[in-house]
Design a protein around this ligand. Structure first.
Ligand code: GAR
Length: 198
């Protein structure tokens, strides 16, 4: 069986991309292979991580392309060029429109750093999610991998994992623990699950 062809969309540090690369190396991710990393930020360290492993990197800047439509058209062009089957949003800090998401039903996965439906939707990204969980006072948070549809963070849930909040947590310590104990585990597992079922 040929491996599913994966594109990973990133914006920043790329630790979730790294978890996918590691999973590919150690065989946890065996039904798919990352063919291209697409960044909407020229300086994303994720691009360096990709290059280190010989994975192609592409930069797509909305500012240069002028509109959301042109931005998404360029991403689609790259996805076509690399004959991509599965798209993974791994810390991709830009919301994709319905005209984009409807082209890839059940083919786009996203990792979100909370237990959806808590602390999710527009405006909830990165550290803000953990700030909101701490402000609310929940004692358990976690991460969710879900399919992407037209509702921000509203698509079908694939995997979730809970993480306890500690009394002295700051947004930064909580973000780190959620990554280590949940995100880096469930993202590769969910990608493998989806790729193995194509
Ligand atoms: C991760 O915590 C990811 O779950 C979150 O941004 C961080 C990116 O880190 N994504 C969102 O908040 C999406 N709404 P990374 O670049 O090191 O993977």
């Amino acid at each position: 069986m040929e491996k599913a062809r994966i594109a990973v969309l990133v914006s920043g540090g790329g630790t979730n991309l790294q978890a996918l690369i590691d999973a590919q190396q150690n065989g946890i991710l065996k039904s798919g292979a990352i063919r291209v990393v697409i960044s909407n930020n020229r300086d994303a360290y994720a691009l360096t991580r990709a290059a280190k492993f010989g994975i192609a990197g592409e930069v797509v800047l909305k500012k240069e392309l002028g509109s959301q439509g042109a931005f998404e058209d360029r991403i689609k062009e790259i996805l076509n060029q690399y004959q991509i089957d599965v798209i993974v949003l791994a810390g991709f800090m830009s919301i994709l429109s319905q005209s984009f998401t409807s082209c890839y039903p059940k083919r786009i996965l996203n990792i979100h750093p909370s237990l959806i439906p808590s602390f999710c939707g527009e405006g909830f990204y990165g550290l803000r999610v953990h700030e909101a969980a701490l402000n609310y006072g929940v004692k358990v948070t976690g991460a969710t991998v879900h399919f992407v549809n037209e509702i921000p963070d509203g698509g079908e849930i694939i995997l979730q994992k809970a993480v306890d909040i500690q009394p002295d947590d700051t947004p930064e310590t909580l973000q780190k623990r959620v990554m280590e104990q949940a995100e880096w585990i469930i993202l590769p597992a969910a990608v493998e699950q989806v790729c193995s079922q194509l």
